[in-house]
Structures are given as structure tokens and as C-alpha cells.
Design a binder for this molecule. Structure first.
Ligand SMILES: *[C@@H]1O[C@H](CO)[C@@H](O)[C@H](O)[C@H]1NC(C)=O
Ligand SMILES: *[C@@H]1O[C@H](CO)[C@@H](O)[C@H](O)[C@H]1NC(C)=O
Ligand SMILES: *[C@@H]1O[C@H](CO)[C@@H](O)[C@H](O)[C@H]1NC(C)=O
Ligand SMILES: *[C@@H]1O[C@H](CO)[C@@H](O)[C@H](O)[C@H]1NC(C)=O
Ligand SMILES: *[C@@H]1O[C@H](CO)[C@@H](O)[C@H](O)[C@H]1NC(C)=O
Ligand SMILES: *[C@@H]1O[C@H](CO)[C@@H](O)[C@H](O)[C@H]1NC(C)=O
Ligand SMILES: [Fe+2]
Length: 467
């Protein structure tokens, strides 16, 4: 189906050596060759979509962080037949003492679809770095899962994040998730950069595809938190179908701890996790000057204490820098408003999805332009974040392969393949990012980079570690 182009591989390495000698200053466009078959959705009767047995059995179980520090967990699930109970029973490993937390239920209608009973329950004040078991569906049928809370927040706490975007529910989506699960560098939390189920690509935005997607990701998302941002496929705005409330399925199904960071909306918020401070932004909610999102971020950025959380990570759905033709410059308005702050506050890395391919930037900025001075070319800037586009989870719309030429100087590496990323924070100065293309299995990194923390190690530039 796909093959590695040997000549291309040799050329890449050649260019890399040359670039060290500064004879070849441009970035890498991978010569990897694949066929461009559209990836098909897994059939509705696939194993990954199976409904768990038992009357009213909880399904689509998923967790996310439930507070600002990592001592809280939000557990969400759906009961199909009757409301049942929104209570979660939980207990620490090696403890007989079961505690309970009570949640709430949401239901919604979309065109002629009626949702099951969607439960959200926040568990607070857990111990750090502890394995907990939990049980949902108190009543007719119960199911048990577990999770591990993160270590206490601190500057040198190692932590490993998985990066997945634009996942959908195709055979490639399943490959991406499987490779993430099998990756020898074990991700402890997924930062999901938006576009979840792609239900809106079906007639009437068939919301059953939201349910199948929830069952598909349960095998991972019930055991480790996934952090959400809304993509364009979460908008589900369809006035022609009488659906005029944007984000209706998404907000009913995915509950996030926005209030814990003084946000007034689930679309933008922040969490701390180990040595990282993670800011979630929304590409599809107003973000211009004076809007609630803007006002929140004005207050939020100065609150980040890099002595406590050295790693400042931002993510949203639409990339600010992308050199693919598809979606070209869609992130430009957000870039014009926010890029200067990302540089000023020395954000380490900005992740995004949307473009169904992979790309990593150099540390570049483009913030000097003032309409009349003509300074509108991106320049090398060691205070700038690295921008990583990772919208390559594998959805039914397929890859985008058409790139702008020549490759712009800000673009360090680009390749149109499905895959996932791992951000492995080692300590306050060093983190390692690897991108794993699906075709090579889980263990091979097609692109990787050592990130030097912008606050603690600003003198060190990031360098390519391996190909
Ligand atoms: C999805 O991947 C899992 C884990 O590799 C596998 O067990 C399952 O059979 C796959 N399902 C489909 C429909 O490909
Ligand atoms: C909704 O309408 C579509 C198209 O008419 C139909 O195929 C589907 O079965 C309906 N679903 C429900 C739950 O009525
Ligand atoms: C489910 O549990 C409720 C409350 O315990 C009970 O009234 C009901 O009969 C049960 N339903 C089934 C199908 O077992
Ligand atoms: C930043 O965090 C450190 C370590 O937790 C703490 O000692 C310091 O007081 C904090 N600084 C501010 C301004 O809160
Ligand atoms: C790629 O993009 C260029 C520039 O927009 C366009 O001219 C060309 O037709 C596109 N090629 C394909 C195969 O889509
Ligand atoms: C931080 O991690 C890097 C990479 O593992 C290592 O080389 C460096 O020595 C570590 N720094 C400290 C202070 O341990
Ligand atoms: Fe997408």
C-alpha cells in the first residue's frame, strides 16, 4: 500500500548534513511516498464500536482533568436505556475505602436524533501520583476502570503527553490510536487538538457517529485523561436542518474544567500538569480584542509561574503557521492578534490540528509589521514557540498533500502522513518531541526534536535529534 522511497531517504539525510554546514538552509519536505487512497470509516458493526453487554451498561467512558492542579478528574459516560445513576464510586489502589462523587445528566436532540443519558461527574481532592479504580453505572450494570493521578506540580517533574488530532473513526484512526497505545514511550495524557468524530460529514450530521466515536476511544480515554479543544467539526451549526446552536453535541458530551482557571466558557481554559502549564484556545469562538477569550488570555499569561511550571504549551485547532495549500492562512487572524504574546511570554510550543498532515516549524516570529513598515516576513526568533501541526489522526477526509512551494524558511519539516506525537518532558530544561508516522509502526520516529525550555534555557536553540 505504501513504500519507503530509498532515494528520498538518502536525500533527506544528505540535506540534514548539509544544513548543519549551513549550505542548505531550507527545511525538509519529506520524500516519503504513499498512495492517496481515502481512508474509509470502520463499519458500524466493527469491534471498536461494540456496545458493552448488560442492560443500560455505561458506554463511551472517558476522563479529563477536573481541576487546575491535577487532583481532580471528570468522568463522563453514556447510559442508553434509562438515566441510571450519575454516581462514581472510586478507591485508591490498596485501599478498601470506597468514596463516591455525584454528577449530573445531560441529554440533547439533534434533528431527529435523541442522545442517551450523558453523565458527567467530577471527583475532587484525589492524592497525587496514585492509582485509583472507579466504577460507573451504579444500578443495573456496572463497569470498572482505573486511572493514575499525575505527580504534584513542580518544575522538574517528568511527564509524557500524547498528541493526537483530527482523529475520526477510520481504519487509519484505529491505527493511530493503536500506535499511540503501543508506543514504548508511554503517554500519560492526550492533548487532543480538535476534530473528534466527524459525525458532521454524515447525512443529518448523524449523531450516532458521535456515539460510535465515544465507544472507539474508550479503550484509552477511560484510563488516561484527554484534554479537549473544539475543532471546526465540533461546530455542528446547520440552520438548513434547524440546528442553530453551535457546538451542541460537543458541549453536551465533553465536559472540561474551565471554571477552575477562571474561564467563563468551556472553549478556552488552562490546566497545570506536572511541570507543564497548558493553555487551550478556541479557533471558532470570538477571539478578537475585547472578546471574552481575549480578556481571559490577557489575565492568564502573566499568571503562569515558570518556576513552578517551566513548560508553557498552547493548543488550538487551526494552526497559526502551516505551509500546506489546504486551509492556507486560515489561522492568520489569530496569529496577528496573539503571536506577539506567545513570543513575549516565551511559549515553548504551540500545537494545532486542522490540516490533515504533519509539520514542525523552526523558532520563528512575524510580529514587526505595522501596516506601513513593510516588515512582514517571518524571521528567526529564539523567543518564539515551535509550531507543530498534528492534524493527521486519520479521518475519512484523507490527507492533504498539496504544499506551498518553495517550502518557507519557517518550516522545518513537513510530511503528509497519518501519525501521532509524543512530547516527553524530562526536566525544566529539556523535552523531546517525536512524531510517529503510521506506516512505520509505533516505534519509529519520522521526525523529532529536542526542545530547550524558553524560560530556563533560552540560550540553547532547538536542534533536530534524529530522522
Ligand atoms: C482496531 O485496533 C485494535 C487494536 O489494535 C484491534 O484489536 C481491532 O481489531 C481494530 N479494529 C478494526 C475495526 O480495525
Ligand atoms: C432520521 O432521518 C433519517 C433520514 O430520513 C433516517 O434515515 C433515520 O432513520 C432517522 N432517524 C431516526 C432516529 O428517526
Ligand atoms: C434496573 O434497576 C432498577 C432500579 O434498581 C429496577 O427498577 C429495574 O427493574 C432494573 N431494570 C432491569 C431491566 O433490570
Ligand atoms: C512561583 O512558584 C514558586 C515555586 O512554587 C514559588 O516559590 C513562588 O512564590 C511563585 N511566584 C509567584 C510570583 O507566585
Ligand atoms: C495545489 O495548489 C496549487 C496552488 O493553490 C494549485 O494551483 C494546484 O492545482 C493544486 N494541486 C492539486 C493537485 O490540488
Ligand atoms: C535534563 O534532561 C536532559 C535530557 O535528558 C539532561 O541531559 C540534563 O542533564 C537534565 N538536566 C538536569 C539538571 O538533570
Ligand atoms: Fe479536521
Amino acid at each position: 500500500m505504501v513504500r519507503w522511497d530509498c532515494d528520498g531517504g538518502v536525500l533527506l539525510v544528505g540535506c540534514l548534513i548539509l544544513s548543519v554546514l549551513e549550505l542548505c538552509s531550507s527545511g525538509i519536505t519529506s520524500a516519503y511516498v504513499r498512495n492517496d487512497d481515502l481512508s474509509l470509516d470502520m463499519p458500524i458493526d466493527s469491534d471498536v464500536f461494540r456496545v458493552p453487554p448488560g442492560y443500560n451498561a455505561p458506554q463511551q467512558v472517558h476522563i479529563t482533568q477536573g481541576d487546575h492542579e491535577g487532583k481532580g478528574v471528570i468522568v463522563s459516560w453514556v447510559t442508553p436505556d434509562e438515566p441510571g445513576s450519575s454516581t462514581v464510586l472510586y478507591w485508591a489502589e490498596n485501599s478498601q475505602l470506597k468514596s463516591r462523587a455525584d454528577g449530573f445528566i445531560r441529554t440533547y436532540k439533534y434533528v431527529n436524533y435523541t442522545s442517551g443519558y450523558i453523565h458527567h461527574c467530577t471527583i475532587n481532592n484525589l492524592e497525587f501520583d496514585t492509582k485509583y479504580y472507579y466504577e460507573v453505572g451504579i444500578g443495573n450494570t456496572t463497569r470498572q476502570f482505573w486511572f493514575r493521578t499525575p505527580p504534584s506540580v513542580g518544575p522538574d517533574v517528568p511527564y509524557t503527553f500524547g498528541l493526537i488530532g483530527d482523529l475520526g473513526q477510520t481504519h487509519d484512526s484505529n491505527r493511530t490510536l493503536t500506535h499511540y497505545e503501543l508506543n514504548p514511550t508511554k503517554g500519560q495524557m492526550v492533548l487532543f487538538v480538535g476534530d473528534l468524530s466527524y459525525a458532521d460529514d454524515y447525512p443529518l450530521h448523524d449523531n450516532n457517529r458521535w456515539d460510535t466515536w465515544g465507544r472507539f476511544i474508550e479503550r484509552n480515554a477511560a484510563y488516561q485523561p484527554w484534554v479537549w479543544t473544539a475543532g471546526n467539526h465540533e461546530i455542528d451549526y446547520a440552520p438548513e436542518l434547524g440546528e442553530t446552536t453551535p457546538f451542541k453535541p460537543y458541549t453536551n458530551r465533553y465536559h472540561v474544567p474551565y471554571e477552575a482557571s477562571d474561564s467563563t466558557s468551556p472553549f478556552w481554559y488552562s490546566i497545570k500538569r506536572a511541570s507543564a502549564y497548558i493553555i487551550v484556545m478556541s479557533s471558532y469562538t470570538a477571539f478578537g480584542k475585547y472578546t471574552p477569550q481575549y480578556k481571559w488570555l490577557v489575565k492568564e499569561l502573566p499568571r503562569v509561574n515558570r518556576t513552578e511550571t517551566p513548560w508553557l504549551i498552547v493548543f488550538m485547532h487551526c494552526p497559526l503557521y502551516s505551509s500546506y495549500v489546504h486551509h492556507y492562512m486560515e489561522g492568520e487572524t489569530m496569529r496577528v492578534i496573539y503571536e506577539q504574546w506567545f513570543v513575549e511570554y516565551k511559549v515553548d510550543v504551540v500545537f494545532a490540528g486542522h490540516v490533515h498532515a504533519y509539520e514542525r516549524s523552526e523558532r520563528f516570529s512575524n510580529i514587526a509589521y505595522n501596516v506601513v513598515n513593510g516588515l512582514c516576513t517571518p524571521i528567526s526568533d529564539q523567543s518564539a514557540p515551535v509550531y507543530i501541526t498534528i492534524g493527521d489522526g486519520g479521518n475519512l477526509e484523507g490527507l492533504v498533500t498539496n504544499m506551498t512551494e518553495p517550502q518557507p524558511s519557517y518550516s522545518a519539516y513537513r510530511e503528509a502522513s497519518f501519525g501521532h506525537g509524543i512530547l516527553d518532558i524530562k526536566n525544566r530544561t529539556h523535552a523531546y518531541f517525536g512524531w510517529h508516522r503510521n506506516q512505520d509502526g509505533y516505534a519509529v520516529e519520522a521526525d523529532s526534536v529536542w526542545l530547550a525550555n524558553r524560560y530556563w534555557y533560552p540560550s540553547e536553540t532547538s536542534s533536530v535529534a534524529a530522522i
